[in-house]
Design a protein around this ligand. Structure first.
Ligand code: FMN
Length: 374
């Protein structure tokens, strides 16, 4: 019977269990470079079978948060080397999540204060659609995302290149692979969603081939640079984050991607369920169809607990289970879940920004007669 504790062969890379630490932005890199604190944070969590790093922007233009470590410059690659070394010393594996936020940015983060870019000129305007950027006084905080400008058709190739360069940089930095960020309302999803994408060129919303062209060009460019077995991709079908309205073509779009990616023999596809535990966004029916279309490694994230993760594993619907917030407050989540120990609750106030507090100071479970949960 499949369990979270089993090892897993992911396209030739052996994972020591089926726990994945989901990508989580923590916004603590003062100069946009991963440092010793970053390395310590990931080292503490390296018992996961696979860690996916926080989103790491592929370019200044792709940046939508202040204080996040990028992966386009030599200094940034050097910073990440400390992180991958730490994880490998603990026997773990780590992929870099490579990221372009598209319209979810702010002029204060863009090169020369330019407008952010997207598939269209439509800004994200729902209540959550903020960027963590700088206000007019230069103080960091959540601000409304700026109005984007639509990318010219001939600009898209250079973003594809940025993704490929970021992937090559990730390998130089010692990452075991990359996860292309195709989820959560960021640039690639801004092309997949016909409510945002109003283009009429070959990346337009008219056909599923056109809508998915940018994503698949990125995948192919990254594969060409580092090999398919080191490439994963994340999607959030039926997610609405950052003003991504539902549309009738969701299933068609993602099943088309599932089929196209099946042929490419990737390391994995990572689905993020943006619902809640009691109301998942991904129906069992959709998950089953996706599974039938995509025969490679499938990861699921979103409000999972041990019981649900093992149930999905047993039913063969997923291969690996990703946990986000539980990993923030439980660096030893794997041990705690394996031994059914109580879990510590994370403090939301310290998710983003700041220093060691709420980052590297969550203790492991204290065994013994005075055992106390943090
Ligand atoms: C603080 C925080 C930062 C996050 N940053 C990212 C990110 O950089 N990239 C991403 O794809 N998802 C990000 N997520 C979403 C998580 O990867 C995960 O899918 C989500 O938290 C749901 O899983 P959970 O219910 O186990 O926490 C973030 C979530 C949190 C709580």
């Amino acid at each position: 019977m499949k369990s979270l504790s089993e090892t897993y062969d992911m396209q030739g890379q052996t994972l020591r269990n089926r726990f994945v630490m989901a990508p989580m932005t923590r916004a603590r890199a003062k100069d946009g470079i991963a440092d010793d604190q970053t390395a310590l944070y990931y080292r503490q969590r390296a018992t996961a079978g696979l860690i996916v790093s926080e989103g790491t922007p592929i370019s200044r233009q792709g940046t939508g948060f202040a204080f996040i470590p990028g992966i386009w410059s030599d200094a940034q690659v050097h910073g990440w080397q400390g992180v991958t070394r730490a994880v490998h010393e603990e026997g773990g594996r780590i992929f870099a999540q490579i990221w372009h936020v598209g319209r979810m940015s702010h002029t204060s983060l863009q090169p020369a204060g330019a407008q952010p870019v997207s598939s269209s000129a439509k800004p994200a305007r729902d209540a959550n659609s903020t960027a963590f950027a700088f206000n007019d006084e230069g103080v960091a905080g959540f601000v409304e995302a700026s109005v984007p400008r639509p990318l010219e058709t001939n600009e898209i190739a250079s973003i594809v290149d940025d993704f490929a360069n970021a992937a090559a940089n990730a390998v130089t930095a010692g990452f075991d692979g990359v996860e292309i960020h195709g989820a959560n309302g960021y640039l690639l999803e801004q092309f997949l969603n016909p409510h945002v994408n109003d283009r009429s060129d070959r990346y337009g919303a008219g056909t599923v081939e056109d809508r998915t062209r940018f994503v698949l060009e990125v995948v192919d460019a990254v594969i060409a640079r580092i090999g398919a077995e080191r490439v994963g991709i994340r999607f959030s079908p039926f997610g609405k984050l950052f003003d991504m309205p539902h549309h009738p073509l969701i299933e068609e779009t993602y099943l088309h991607l599932a089929a196209a990616l099946d042929a490419r023999r990737l390391a994995y596809i990572h689905l993020k369920d943006q619902g809640r535990a009691d109301a998942p966004a991904l129906s069992p029916d959709f998950l089953r169809k996706f599974r039938e279309t995509y025969s490679g490694t499938l990861i699921l994230a979103g409000s999972l607990d041990k019981q649900r993760a093992e149930q999905l594993l047993r039913h063969g619907l997923i291969d690996l289970a990703a946990f986000g917030q539980p990993f923030i407050s439980n660096p030893d989540l794997v041990e705690r879940m394996e031994q059914d120990l109580p879990l510590a609750k994370p403090n939301r106030e310290t998710y983003y920004g700041g220093g060691a507090e709420g980052y590297t100071d969550y203790p492991v479970y204290q065994h013994g007669p005075e055992a106390k949960v943090a």
